[in-house]
Design a protein around this ligand. Structure first.
Ligand SMILES: [Zn+2]
Length: 171
């Protein structure tokens, strides 16, 4: 048995319980709302964007709030947004109610791409995901095509991502 591989899998389990190791730099997801599908993008430099009308008017939406909840601890906290336009109080309350519901239903969310740093025990690596294709900057990934960081991210993100293909994985 390859102890390197066993070690990677044990690490991945532990890492998956330690979300603070992950820091998203950018991502693109789709979120199936009750009525429409929306595309939400985030980047540390340019912040949030969402295709919903509510977002256009307010700079936030049920979709961005839901993702902030789902990814809590893995994205930089967003400063409170000043609405560009004062909406009806009832519309705001309804967005927040929706956000709570969406956040509890991660199957509505699908990641198309992301870039994240992953702080391992010794080094920080960059994990990239693009429509089901995974990549990591660590040495184990270079020789095996998978690694503890990718497995940990798969566990953390669950139904929101497509699992990596692991040709080199032990059977
Ligand atoms: Zn890795």
């Amino acid at each position: 048995m390859d102890y390197g591989i066993i070690g990677q899998i044990a690490k991945a389990r532990r890492y998956a319980e330690e979300r603070h190791r992950v820091r998203f730099h950018a991502f693109k997801v789709s979120l199936a709302g009750d009525n429409h599908m929306h595309i939400i993008t985030y980047s540390e430099t340019s912040g949030w964007h969402c295709t919903s009308d509510f977002f256009r008017a307010h700079g936030w939406s049920s979709h961005t709030i839901a993702l902030e909840r789902i990814l809590q601890g893995m994205i930089a906290p967003t400063p409170p947004t000043e609405s560009k336009e004062l909406g009806a109080q009832s519309a705001i309350i309804s967005q927040i109610e929706k956000a709570k519901k969406y956040a509890s239903e991660p199957k509505r969310v699908r990641f198309h791409s992301f870039t994240a740093s992953f702080s391992g025990d010794n080094h920080t690596h960059t994990v990239r995901y693009e429509e089901g294709k995974w990549e990591c900057t660590c040495n184990f990934y270079k020789s095996h095509g998978w690694c503890s960081h990718i497995i940990a991210m798969e566990r953390i993100l669950g139904v929101m991502v497509a699992p990596a293909e692991r040709a080199a994985e032990p059977r």
